[in-house]
Design a protein around this ligand. Structure first.
Ligand SMILES: Nc1ncnc2c1ncn2[C@@H]1O[C@H](COP(=O)(O)OP(=O)(O)OP(=O)(O)O)[C@@H](O)[C@H]1O
Ligand SMILES: [Mg+2]
Length: 242
């Protein structure tokens, strides 16, 4: 088995939820430095809640979050972003009534805006071509590219990506995964939630399966294919991905 780097982002024993509902029950995961951790699991398992707990959007009721081996439990989403974490949420999280350019500039530090836009346009040429268009007028795929381009604007160390391929045409899904591979190869650590199991496993260094708020499997992509949890939770996806 390949050895994983020490974690850059780690959740230990996280308990979190909404009002009276506990969603995550004692969840521990680690994103290796310069590596890709993939979280898979059925609808409603708590995957989005897990990412929100990691990025400071949701406060945990128990457990610990560590970034760069420092305890950051309870830090706000802004603080986590300043510490190098970028969360690209489910549903894209772009501002439809702002232009493409404005959508990116809001995240760029002052004095770095031009460079930031150039980096984003180099990653996604459509961003350069449509910089002045309203984001709401872009196609679904282009909106997802815009959402992902934030990872080039803020130069994060860790990027959390929630179902980036959701609802996209197969060709665009290919582009999304090509982008994730590129980010990873450039040394950005990734925590990826995905519905396309095969493609997600292809970029993963470590895989977690979450079911009803608990980790029911953790291991390498090779191990998950040979484990009994694969058939139980993941085999159905093959049809969706083809
Ligand atoms: N804002 C909220 N308020 C109350 N309950 C919520 C909220 N968001 C999610 N939940 C509940 O928490 C549980 C986990 O939801 P979550 O969105 O984290 O799952 P998921 O694994 O991301 O699902 P999906 O695959 O559908 O995206 C579900 O039962 C959901 O109904
Ligand atoms: Mg979700």
């Amino acid at each position: 088995m390949t050895t994983l780097n020490p974690p850059i982002l780690e959740l230990r024993g996280i308990v979190a939820g909404y009002d009276d509902t506990t969603v995550l029950r004692d969840v521990s995961i680690a994103v290796p430095e310069n590596g890709v951790a993939v979280v898979l699991g059925p609808n409603g398992a708590g995957k989005t809640t897990l990412l929100r707990s990691a990025s400071g959007l949701l406060r945990s009721s128990a457990g610990e979050v560590r970034l760069h081996d420092e305890v950051v439990t309870g830090a706000s989403a802004d603080k986590m972003a300043r510490l190098g974490l970028c969360h690209i949420p489910e549903g894209r999280g772009i501002f439809p009534s702002l232009t493409v350019r404005e959508n990116l500039v809001v995240y760029a530090p002052r004095g770095e805006r031009r460079d930031a836009l150039e980096r984003a346009a180099a990653a996604f040429p459509v961003i350069g071509r449509k910089a002045k268009q309203l984001a709401g007028q872009l196609s679904g795929g282009e909106q997802q590219m815009l959402a992902l381009a934030r990872a080039y604007v803020t130069k994060p160390r860790v990027v959390l990506v929630d179902e980036a391929s959701m609802g996209l045409a197969p060709l665009v899904v290919d582009q999304v995964f090509a982008f994730l591979s590129r980010l990873a190869s450039e040394g950005t650590s990734l925590l990826v939630v995905e519905q396309y199991v095969d493609r997600a496993l292809a970029i993963a260094d470590v895989v977690y399966i979450l079911d009803r708020g608990q980790i029911v499997f953790s291991g390498s992509p090779g191990d998950v294919r040979h484990s009994d949890v694969f058939d139980r939770y993941l085999a159905v996806d093959t049809a969706a991905a083809s």
